[in-house]
Design a protein around this ligand. Structure first.
Ligand code: 5GP
Length: 192
């Protein structure tokens, strides 16, 4: 069994990462989603263990102390982290692990897993991003403002990524990401 690779998606909040992940997972059986842990409150549509492992701030701190994260970061005032066990078990089983992590987490993963495939998803423009953020309507105004400020700043980070994809049309975005994954995996197969 060949070891899997990590496939990392980053990008500003509201850019469509969740939908992109869902579509990729439904189209590619080689991919598995790496479920992160977070200290942020669960949204009503979310299920513990599916979108995230929901922890209290205290529990999250314990996990950090116990060395259970490959990486963790504070994003919008809450903690998010990639559990070491999920990641290592998945890769050992030969799955390519799809991850949605912020730029801080991705930077750490680039060092630890240089063979990973790293994507930065950008919105067609910031105004569009604002509309999408407001449409989501699950957070309060102040939160939206903070997220927007963070999003604008985050666009600066795209230069760290091997692949920058503009999410103009979902179908095209999925096809492009999937083709790149295919090419990367093919290149690795030819290297062996
Ligand atoms: P949300 O609260 O909207 O689900 O996620 C907020 C942000 O946290 C997203 O930009 C996402 O990329 C980031 N995030 C989710 N899981 C992780 C993780 O395990 N590590 C890091 N560093 N960021 C994460």
């Amino acid at each position: 069994m060949n070891r899997g690779r990590i496939v990392v998606l980053s990008g500003p909040s509201g850019v469509g990462k969740t939908t992109i992940c869902e579509k990729l997972l439904s189209q590619r059986s080689d991919l598995r989603y790496s479920v992160s842990a977070t200290s942020r409150p669960r949204r009503s549509v979310e299920k513990n263990g599916r979108e995230y492992i929901f922890l209290t701030a205290e529990e999250f701190k314990q996990w950090i102390e116990q060395g259970r994260f490959v990486e963790y970061a504070e994003v919008y005032g809450n903690f998010y982290g990639t559990p070491k066990k999920t990641l290592e078990d998945g890769l050992k089983s030969g799955y390519n692990l799809l991850m949605d992590v912020d730029v801080q987490g991705a930077r750490k993963l680039m060092n630890l897993y240089p063979e990973g495939i790293f994507f930065y998803i950008i919105p067609p423009d910031i105004a569009e991003l604002e509309r999408r953020l407001i449409k989501r309507d699950t957070d309060h105004d102040e939160v939206i403002k903070n997220r927007l400020a963070k999003a604008i700043q985050e666009l600066e980070y795209k230069k760290d990524y091997r692949y920058v994809i503009e999410n103009k049309d979902l179908k095209t975005t999925i096809a492009r990401i999937s083709n790149i994954i295919e090419k990367e995996l093919g290149a690795a197969r030819n290297d062996r």
